[in-house]
Design a protein. Structure first.
Length: 284
């Protein structure tokens, strides 16, 4: 009996290791394809200096732990013939990240701030496919002549200039900023950005980004929502809270990810291992 149990345990652990290996290979292939696509769009890119492949490109991102765990969890429930809990039945795992202050720039703004011929240099891949934190940073100058140095630029470039701050950042700088969905900058306050090659004055574009969730059409179908709807986000833990107005953004290229700012994340003690759950909106 003892030897039979040992043999079963060995086979079960071997299956787990094989499942994890398959999951990692699947995710690496997906990420590698997206990485090649992004680099084709970054015309005139220069050689990279860290986390680089032999050809100078930023190495493809490793599979996120949540993605691997989700695939393995579903495979194990199937192997054991048991019904998985609802969160494991979802098409993709839920990831919640704190979005620190940053800015998005147009290609022309990059040239103005960093010089002719300059493009953004990927430094670190973000969770969303093709999105990255650039090596380049700027200095943000507020109305009280107070500054935030090393404001990170996120890429690739967009068709508008936008600065996203937390409320405490805005108070320190002297800004009065509205809560807006990304891209909705009409009527917002502007600012001055300073780079190594020049200044850029924005007449609008400084916002506090509304808490939101990125999801694919499959995720939207699972949670029974559509573009522009709202969900609730429950964050567990010692300081757990529920966000009642989580804006839904749907796109085939999106991975299931919630973005809150650093004030919101700190208020609920958000950690990588915090229990999180998407809930239907409360009844009116």
């Amino acid at each position: 009996m003892f030897h039979a149990l040992i043999g079963f345990r060995f086979c079960f652990e071997s299956d787990v290791r094989m499942t994890i290996g398959v999951a990692r290979c699947q995710m690496k292939n997906r990420n590698a394809q997206e990485t090649r696509r992004v680099y084709q769009e970054l015309a005139g890119h220069r050689r990279r200096n860290s986390l680089r492949c032999e050809d100078g490109m930023l190495a493809p991102p490793a599979p996120h732990r949540a993605e691997v765990e989700h695939l393995v969890r579903r495979a194990l429930y199937q192997r054991l013939g048991r019904t998985p809990p609802r969160f494991a039945q979802a098409p993709h795992p839920l990831v919640v990240n704190a979005s620190a202050r940053h800015c998005h720039l147009t290609p022309q703004a990059v040239v103005t701030l960093f010089g002719a011929g300059r493009t953004l240099t990927p430094m670190k891949w973000l969770y969303q496919n093709g999105q990255f934190a650039a090596q380049e940073t700027v200095t943000l100058i507020g109305p009280r002549s107070r500054v935030i140095s090393n404001l990170r630029i996120l890429g690739p470039c967009r068709d508008l200039n936008q600065v996203e701050l937390a409320l405490t950042d805005a108070i320190a700088l002297g800004f009065e900023i509205p809560v807006r969905p990304s891209g909705n900058i009409k009527g917002t306050t502007g600012c001055m950005l300073m780079g190594p090659a020049g200044f850029l004055e924005l007449t609008e574009g400084v916002i506090r980004a509304a808490p939101h969730v990125h999801m694919s059409p499959d995720d939207a179908a699972f949670y029974a929502v559509k573009q522009g709807d709202f969900l609730r986000l429950r964050v567990g833990g010692d300081c757990g809270v529920t966000f009642d107005r989580l804006l839904v953004r749907v796109n085939p290229d999106f991975k299931l990810e919630v973005h809150v700012d650093t004030d919101e994340a700190n208020a609920c003690g958000l950690r990588p291992d915090s229990p999180v759950e998407l809930l239907a909106p409360s009844a009116a």
